[in-house]
Design a protein around this ligand. Structure first.
Ligand SMILES: C[S@@+](CC[C@H](N)C(=O)[O-])C[C@H]1O[C@@H](n2cnc3c(N)ncnc32)[C@H](O)[C@@H]1O
Length: 217
């Protein structure tokens, strides 16, 4: 059961694609999970259900943090929910599995919304405002054998994520992909994205991928 306060991102295909990718990992009492950009806490709750020993969830939105706290309780799990900017609330800590379905939709300009629903998806002109930060901060929050699973659209530069993670000394692979129809946000931005050459004139769907990164073995 998942509750959702108005203004909090409703779990969607990208959420569930990442949840399925996470289920491929064996989580046990020793596994420390961090869910960055948790929204309702859907992925954090799933990690707890899968048997993770500890789960931490972070979101910048007050409503999201409250929703994730409620969902932790109604599902009978103990999840540490923190409000803050990306990894700032857990500086100095290390996690065995870091999952994130961050905002990744290319926006009109590089302004990052400070409030409102758009904060859940707008990520600058190239859609990478959060993705780039996750790539560069990943080594600081991953335990030595830790794994990052991050979801994004093919419209926001999968190759760039791959290159950035490799530059951080991590081995990156795509472990899941799904083609999904444009929702209302991308439908409204079709003309803009077409004029930038990001999509073709007849394009009505985007590919969502999950990228896994871990240290080279
Ligand atoms: C696409 S939603 C995903 C929510 C949830 N993980 C899911 O898959 O259903 C992105 C979330 O990132 C949060 N967010 C945006 N900027 C953030 C930041 N700088 N630090 C932490 N969370 C942020 C938003 O509030 C929103 O809840």
């Amino acid at each position: 059961m998942l509750l959702r306060i108005p203004g909090v991102y409703a779990p969607q295909d990208d959420t569930w694609l990442l949840a399925d990718a996470m289920a491929e990992h064996s989580l046990d009492a020793d596994t420390r999970v961090l869910d960055l950009c948790t929204g309702t806490g859907a992925l954090a709750v799933r990690a707890a259900k899968l048997g993770a020993g500890s789960v931490t969830a972070i979101d910048i939105s007050r409503r999201a943090a409250l929703t994730a706290t409620l969902n932790s309780r109604v599902n009978g799990h103990t999840i540490r929910v923190l409000r803050g900017d990306l990894t700032a609330p857990v500086r100095g800590e290390r996690f065995d599995l870091v999952i994130s379905n961050p905002p990744y939709v290319p926006a009109e300009d590089d302004r990052i919304p400070g409030t409102g629903m758009a904060r859940a998806w707008d990520a600058g002109t190239d859609g990478r405002a959060l993705l780039d930060r996750i790539c560069t901060q990943a080594p600081d929050i991953l335990a030595p054998e830790g794994t990052l699973l991050v979801a994004q659209s093919a419209l926001s530069g999968v190759d760039k994520t791959h290159v950035m993670l490799e530059e951080q000394g991590l081995q990156a692979d795509i472990v899941a992909r799904r083609e999904i129809a444009f929702g209302p946000v991308l439908t409204a931005r079709r003309r803009m994205l077409e004029s930038r050459g990001v999509i073709t004139a007849d394009q009505r769907s985007e590919e969502i991928v999950v990228i896994r990164a871990r240290r080279h073995r």
